[in-house]
Each structure stands twice: as C-alpha cells, then as structure tokens.
Design a protein around this ligand. Structure first.
Ligand code: HGY
Ligand code: MN
Ligand code: MN
Ligand code: MN
Length: 417
C-alpha cells in the first residue's frame, strides 16, 4: 500500500463509539445494572443480529459456522491470499460491562470500515469473527467457539455441551437461528489480532495506554461436589455432623490462604458459584456443589495448585467425614503469542507516542485458541480501577480510540508485509 493510501485510512471514531454504546445497551438489566447476554440467549441473539447487520452494511461476506461463530470477510485486491483475522466475542457474564469482547469485534469492523470509507481494497482479505460462548459461564469451557474453530474440541462435543440451565448448546443455536452450516475452521489466517480491554489494574497503575500482550496465563476450572449428611441443625451434636457446607467453606478458604496467598503472588483462585442441598436454614447441608477457578502463568505451578487442592479434599474425608468428586470444566495451559506481532504492537504504540508495556493476560481470550492455528497477539487498553465482569467496567473513550489506532496501524503493516 502506498504511503498516500496509508495516510488515507482513518477510523470513523464517533461511529465506532456509537456502535459500542448500541451493542453495550443490548441486554440491559435495569434492576441489577449492566447488561446480560449469556451465550445463545435471546439477548445475545439480538447482539449477533446487530453485528451481522454491520458486517452486511460493510459489504462483507457473512457466514455462520456450525458452532455458531459469526464470520465477516472483506474482499481485497487478491482474495486468494491468506486472510488477516481479528475478532473477539459479544456474549457476556451476568450484569457485565459494555466493553469486554465487544471492543474487539467492533474494533475489527471499524478497521474494515476505514478501508471502505477510503475506497481502498486491502492487500489481502480481512476476516472479523464474533466467537460463540467465550465467557464459558453458560456452556463450559470458556472460549468454546474459538476452541472448536481451532480444532481443540470436536464440533460434536461443542454442540452437545450442557448449559448450567440444562439446555444443550446445539439446540440453543437452532432456537436463535444461528445453527450455521459453514464448516468450522476453514479460514486459517496469516495472523490473528485481538483488541481487548485489560480487565485488570496493571496499565492504569503504571500510567500506560497500550498493552502488547505476549501470552495468557493457564486456567483450571473445576466443579467440586462434596457429599455429607443432611441432619437437624438444632439437635445434631457437632461431633456427629458430616457438614458438606462447612467442608466447602474450608476448601474456599484453603484455596485463598494456602494456594493463592502462598504462591508468591502468581497463583490466583476463586469460587464464583456455590449451591447447597437441601439449602434450608435448619438442615445441615448434605451436598455442596461449587466451582474452583485457579490460574497461574506457569504450568508447573498450576499443576501444583491443583494437587494441593486435591490433597486437601482427601484430608477433609478424614477430618469432616465427607465424600467428594471433582469434574474439570476447563483446563488450558499458558499460551505464548507470536513474538513478531507482539513486537509490532509495541513498536506501533511507540510510533504513535502511546506509552506501552509487554504483558501477560490474566483473563482467557479467543486469541489463545486461534494461536493454536495461526500467529496471534493481543492489544490491551486500560480498565478503570481494573474492574471488569461488573457494570462499572469502563475505559475512557480516548483510550479506546488509541487502542483502535494501534490496531489499524498494525493491520496496515501486516497487510503490507
Ligand atoms: O474467564 C475468563 O478469563 C474469560 O473471561 N472467559
Ligand atoms: Mn473477553
Ligand atoms: Mn469476560
Ligand atoms: Mn475473555
């Protein structure tokens, strides 16, 4: 691309910010705040329809693949060349912020619009994907759509995934009309670049604008079931209790105190979901079902953490007289991104006068799955207060635009190379 073409490309910033607000408003929960667009719910379908409309308006070739990934491809000077791919997700957790995932999908479309507005065909096709079920909160594991796309999970297994609400992923795809027919994973890109908010406090604390993300930490999600004995909360002496609720509480505290706090600061652990049975004020719980989300950038340390947790559960068998079982919901090793693209992100930020740092992502992302089939990297912008998965999630418009300008420039450089 000539330098004049280079200079002609501009992001339509107002339009991008409006689209982000429009998408962010879909699934608004006036009662508890934020928005909720769990994967394949009606609210997420509305979000999908909105993104599909933008792709169509851009004159993109729009496909939905068999796991429901929504794929838009912009034609180029030579469509036989390998695609440049960008993407992320538009599904959310409950009462989420407006930016997680949407920023990367709409950012990719804004880059395509810059080419279209300038009447310039990119050197190679550009594909933007909104992946199915990145959050993994309704259907496990997380990053399910990109994992199937990258061949890390079979299509059959993905479609058969059971939701926490008893639904089956394939049925819900049909119900919302996104049971696509395009085979999964057919576009293997020359590179994949994902624009995302950091969702943590690092960039803000360092006073920086851009994160050149060179990897993602390892993730271990488990569902733990502890079985005790239901008994009368008033009459049963402590020594006779087999209290599944107490045992669960001990595990949750153990994960924080003995696993996370003792790890030298790299291992983190949380229980985000818990349920007791029969879940009544005066009955000692016979059952506790809860999740363990443990992460570490180092695979060996993550395995150590998992072993410590298992050993503690075994110990509780003796001390608390309980039985237990565990089920893996997601297990992904740490991922390293493509060094040349990571360096290009850092160098581009510098050229644009934006203070940047190299960093690892604490959150999981679709990029870590596409990295299995193509060189991949991510661009982060700061999250105010490091808050995310929360209605208060916020990034200043100026930072959102800075991140987008870095994305545009990185795309141009990759298309020229
Ligand atoms: O859990 C995660 O890191 C991602 O948001 N799914
Ligand atoms: Mn995300
Ligand atoms: Mn998320
Ligand atoms: Mn994520």
């Amino acid at each position: 691309m000539s330098t004049t073409e280079h200079a002609a490309l501009h992001i339509d910033e107002d339009r991008f910010l409006n689209e982000l607000r429009t998408l962010g408003a879909i699934g608004t929960d006036t009662e508890k705040g934020g928005r909720t667009r769990l994967a394949l719910t009606d609210a997420e379908r509305q979000g999908r329809d909105f993104v599909k409309g933008l792709m169509t308006d851009l004159g993109m070739r729009v496909q939905v693949d068999q796991i429901g990934n929504l794929i838009g491809t912009l034609s180029s000077k030579d469509d036989s060349k390998p695609h440049l791919m960008m993407g992320s997700h538009i599904d959310t957790v409950r009462n989420a912020g407006a930016l997680d995932g949407c920023y990367g999908v709409l950012g990719g479309l804004a880059v395509c619009r810059a080419y279209q507005d300038a009447g310039i065909l990119p050197e190679r096709p550009i594909t933007v994907i909104a992946f199915t079920g990145e959050e993994g909160v309704r259907y496990h594991p997380d990053m399910l759509g990109s994992l199937v796309y990258a061949g890390g999970m079979s299509l059959e297994e993905g479609l058969a995934s059971h939701g926490i609400d008893g639904t089956v992923l394939g049925d819900e795809l049909r119900r919302i009309g996104y049971d696509g027919t395009a085979p999964v994973g057919t576009i293997v890109p020359a590179e994949y670049i994902e624009l995302h908010i950091e969702q943590g406090p690092v960039l803000e604390a360092e006073g920086l604008t851009i994160g050149a993300v060179f990897g993602v930490q390892g993730i271990s999600w488990q569902r733990i079931t502890i079985n005790g004995t239901a008994n009368h909360a008033g009459t049963t002496p402590t020594r006779l209790r087999r209290d599944a609720g107490l045992a669960a509480a001990k595990v949750i505290a153990f994960m924080r105190k003995e696993i996370a706090d003792n790890s030298g600061g790299t291992t983190i652990a949380a229980t985000g979901s818990i349920a007791f049975e029969p879940n009544l004020v005066n009955v000692i719980p016979r059952k506790a079902i809860f999740t363990a989300d443990i992460r570490d950038p180092d695979e060996t340390k993550l395995q150590e953490a998992e072993k410590k947790l298992l050993a503690f559960l075994e110990q509780l068998r003796e001390t608390d007289g309980i039985e237990f079982s565990t089920e893996s919901l997601a297990r992904f090793e740490p991922v390293k991104f493509d060094e040349p693209i990571v360096s290009l992100v850092a160098q581009t930020a510098q050229e644009l006068g934006l203070p940047a740092m190299r960093m690892v992502s604490g959150a999981g992302h679709d990029a870590q799955m596409i990295a299995r089939i193509a060189p991949a990297a991510m661009i982060f912008v700061p999250s105010a207060g490091g808050v995310s998965h929360n209605p208060r999630e916020h990034t200043d418009d100026q930072d959102l635009i800075h991140g987008l300008r870095v994305l545009l420039r990185v795309v141009q450089r990759r298309l020229e190379s």
